[in-house]
Design a protein around this ligand. Structure first.
Ligand code: AMP
Length: 141
């Protein structure tokens, strides 16, 4: 198992060293907008505890993560008027993982609309900001 790299981009986001459109935070997790969304509203749920992915995560980290994934999924469904929600997670490069701090993708899906490519195009900052505002509002209601 490859060691956790404390300088991965999500570790930097968690430490506030680089910006993100953060929509949620509690004692164990944060959620922020994915900068290369597969659909408008694509959100990442990230545990604060350092782990590379599912394979090395402590079970207590995983247990704390899923209720937050559910909360974000419910709010994303409302905020983006989704017909369904894709929840996915990659482990190691062979599986498509590109950032080596455990994270869960929460992606709104609409009937008949294919998702964009994983790690495709960068979204405009103003669009990410507007989407984050919509999601924050749904999380409050
Ligand atoms: P993966 O590790 O393949 O599951 O995916 C990493 C995800 O992080 C991709 O969907 C990227 O678009 C996203 N991403 C990469 N850098 C950032 C960043 N600075 N802020 C938010 N999302 C990011």
């Amino acid at each position: 198992m490859t060691a956790y790299d404390n300088n991965n981009i999500f570790a930097k986001i968690l430490r506030g060293e680089i910006p993100s459109e953060r929509v949620y935070e509690d004692d164990t997790c944060v959620a922020f907008m994915d900068v290369m969304p597969q659909a408008q509203g694509h959100t990442l749920v990230v545990p604060k505890a350092p782990s590379r992915n599912l394979l090395d995560a402590d079970p207590t980290t995983l247990a704390a993560l899923m209720p937050t994934v559910q909360k974000i999924a419910q709010a994303v469904k409302v905020a983006f008027d989704a017909d369904g929600i894709v929840v996915k997670q990659y482990n190691e490069p062979a599986a498509g993982q590109t950032v080596y701090h455990l994270h869960i993708h929460v992606i709104p899906a609409h009937d008949g609309v294919p998702l964009k490519a994983h790690t495709g195009e960068m979204e405009k900052p103003e669009v990410l900001k507007a989407n984050a505002e919509k999601l924050r509002a749904a999380l409050k209601s």
